[in-house]
Design a protein around this ligand. Structure first.
Ligand code: ZN
Ligand code: ZN
Length: 131
């Protein structure tokens, strides 16, 4: 399967492209994602670093825990990426894709942190923490 996914922030200052198929798509319920993104659950799409290209503007980074950077648009604040120094894959917010419906989340992680008012699909691969 070859495809190219494009996305960007809400103000249009940052645009990106993911070449090739995403390595994963999953929902994270962890408290760090909740607070950083301001949402009860965040769907991430994985991409190998060489497959992720910023095509317009630049991503601003904030280290929210040691060795981990969350990327966002420095102008409008849209959350875009989540990556670690030692990771082989970059996480990209699925909702910042131009066509978020192009991916299908296959798992829920950090269900231990799930808010009681946030439903989830019990048919997916589900984990109390990170698998
Ligand atoms: Zn922006
Ligand atoms: Zn998370």
């Amino acid at each position: 399967m070859t495809q190219s996914l494009e996305g960007g922030c809400i103000c249009g200052a940052v645009r990106y492209r993911i070449d090739g198929a995403p390595t994963y798509a999953g929902n994270c319920h962890c408290r760090d994602c909740q607070r950083a993104i301001g949402a009860s659950v965040v769907t991430w799409v994985g991409a190998r670093y060489p497959d992720f290209h910023v095509t317009k503007g630049e991503i601003t980074y904030c280290s929210t825990s040691p060795g981990v950077q969350r990327g966002f648009c420095g102008h409008c604040g849209t959350s875009l990426t989540y990556g670690g120094d030692a990771w082989e894959e970059l996480g990209i917010t699925a909702a910042s894709l131009d066509t978020p419906s192009a991916i299908t989340p296959e798992s829920n992680v950090f269900l231990d942190h799930r808010q009681p008012w946030q439903p989830y699909d019990t048919a997916l691969r589900n984990y109390p923490r990170f698998p």
